[in-house]
Design a protein around this ligand. Sequence first.
Ligand SMILES: [Zn+2]
Length: 554
Amino acid sequence: MFTYHVQIPAVVTTVEASMDYLSPVEMPGGYTSGSSATSEMAVVSWNQLLLYPKGWGSDQIQVKPSLKIPRGWQYGTALPLAGKEIGGSGAPPPDGAIEFAQASLTTVVDSPVIIGAHFKAIPLQQGKNPPHELDVASDSDAALKLTPEQTQGFDNLVAEAGALYGARHYRDYHFLLSLSDHVAHFGLEHHESNDSRLGEKYFTDPGQWKLGAMLLPHEYTHSWNGKYRRPFDLATPEYETPMQTELLWVYEGLTEYFGFVLAARSGLETPQDWRDEYAEVAMTYSYRSGRQWRPLEDTATAAQILQQANEGFTNWRRSVDYYEEGALIWLEADTIIRQKSNNQKSMDDFAHLFHGQPDSGPMVKTYTFDDVVNTLEKVVPYDWRGFLTDRIKKIAVKAPLAGIENGGWRLVYTDKPSARMTTAMSIHHHVDCTASLGFTVSTENAGIEDTVHGGLADKAGIGPGMRIVAVNGRKFDGPRLVEALRNAVSDKAPIQLIVENTEYFKTVSLDYHDGPRYPHLVRDSSKPDLLGDIIKPKVTTLPKAKPEADVDED
Ligand SMILES: [Zn+2]
């Protein structure tokens, strides 16, 4: 962001510079512009601590970093240590200073370090090469207690990813996992590690575990899809050249798809939760009114705006839809390949061709839209160019649900949310009436988060930012709203809401009698269960499932 102009006399051979970095105070969201440190742990992102000479590519600049960490803390990183070819973890030398090997600026910036007082390093696929490790730093020792089934899930993830891609492109791999309620929550991919951040109780609270299932499989997948294979115009020689983002439906959309697949194959997500999550995605994009004007590719092109955009009006503006809608489209591609090959081929074959052999250290192989089409053609001949053009480049008013239907399942709505959706609504403190009244509302402040553009509430004059003060004459709360929806099935009177809009109140009548509507996938027995085949483990066995009742009670 900043350039320092330094006049250097010819006789000078060395310049010393020092710089302070001000770590953001507790602040949610915003990736690494949010908080990355608590009194007990931190994530050190080198890109925030750098001065480097202008005029060279980041591969050409060599750096030899060192890092001094607080007494008693431990660390984990994929950045190669001095005298070693790979990263490591554990206690630093007695003076607290970790010395790293000389590496390119590209590698250093791509290799953050997690540090903490409460730290655990868990080897995965022990004894196999390359080495893998889950390095967890948290705000308490209690947060580090994984069950054997959870450890097995992560262990399976490494094995299943190897089977999916058929090769690896790193020297060693570190899952750097921060568990804290005081750092920004997100996942950020790197070639030989990922910086993933979840709540302190991720391992110990079944709800947090359920909702966080996808994060590590997603970020890990990026080592292949994003870091090794990268859209040609997302690969820039240094950090000043702007990236072009129109292929994010591959970079993120396919990562979302394979992340989903690996979460289920490894047992980090149960098959039921996996289908329930797909049902939620299918509902969201079925009601996404912005499809009427905005092609999916345009959400990728506008990524830098949409990543930061406000939640209000997401339904009409669209958001970073290339993630989840991408997952629907790649699911459809998988089912087409399976149908055309008598279930002998699948997106696994695409992954082998596109992301696989030979094994290598970190490197970047760029690709174009044509490369994606040509690789799909190699797996199974089909009009893949037309398929992708229709779904990605053109306006597609209907959501791409054919993958679910080809896969032997149907999207239906019932008046009872799935266990996963119940958990999601509870943790996110909102009631989801997308498929009924056409809005989502916060249960913390009664604020309308968003409305379905053209839906019942929108047409009646309810918009994001307004507050529901009362439901049928009584003060709003979440259960009361759902109760009103249920009663309206037999009651002929409309649902009456008192709505506050910037200090002005109005009464809104919603003539709605279909009750609560929540998405589920149900089996269509006239077709083979391809979804079941897609999520079957290839090389591991699923961890023993805990009874679902345990999850609901907590
Ligand atoms: Zn991603």
